[in-house]
Design a protein around this ligand. Sequence first.
Ligand SMILES: [Zn+2]
Length: 193
Amino acid sequence: MQIIFHVDNIEEYLQRSKDYNFPDPPDRCPHSDCKCRVKLKKHGFYYRYYLDGPNCVKIAIRRYICPVCKRTLSYLPDFCIPHFQYSFNMIVKSLKETLTREKTLSSFINDLKRNFPTILFSRQHIYFYTKRIMNNLSFIIYGLRQIDPYIKLFEVSSQRERAREILDIINIVPLFSQRFYAHCQKSFLAPLT
Ligand SMILES: [Zn+2]
């Protein structure tokens, strides 16, 4: 069984690897036919590959075992789930489409559905993310300045124009740093609940 947990600082996870401060195991076995109130024991690691831009990185996944039913539980960091990476690019793209109105929102959503049939992406999601990016522009700019303090922003007359400009910058930041990705997750990519 896998539990997905949120990692704030991806670089730290990658650097510390097995020494990362993993979440404590639950105090009850999560397997539905066991559910024993026992402390799960550390049970080593397994490795999986994570695509960090063009690089393939090996990451350690913490594993626990239930001393009663002997089944394992692993803690998967949320950043290594491909869905998150896909959605990042998709959200940025859809926000741009929404803000520039090159085509209608529904035709854009239809394209998305055709290309990524397994991913749920609705009009509601797009409204949600548009609102979030508009409300968090200064926080996002702050994140961009952490990567490049000389990023130049032009005078704009509306928040909407500012948002469009920010999305352009996000698109051309070539080495899309993990830190900025995490920052974006906080500022506008938080999942729709
Ligand atoms: Zn168990």
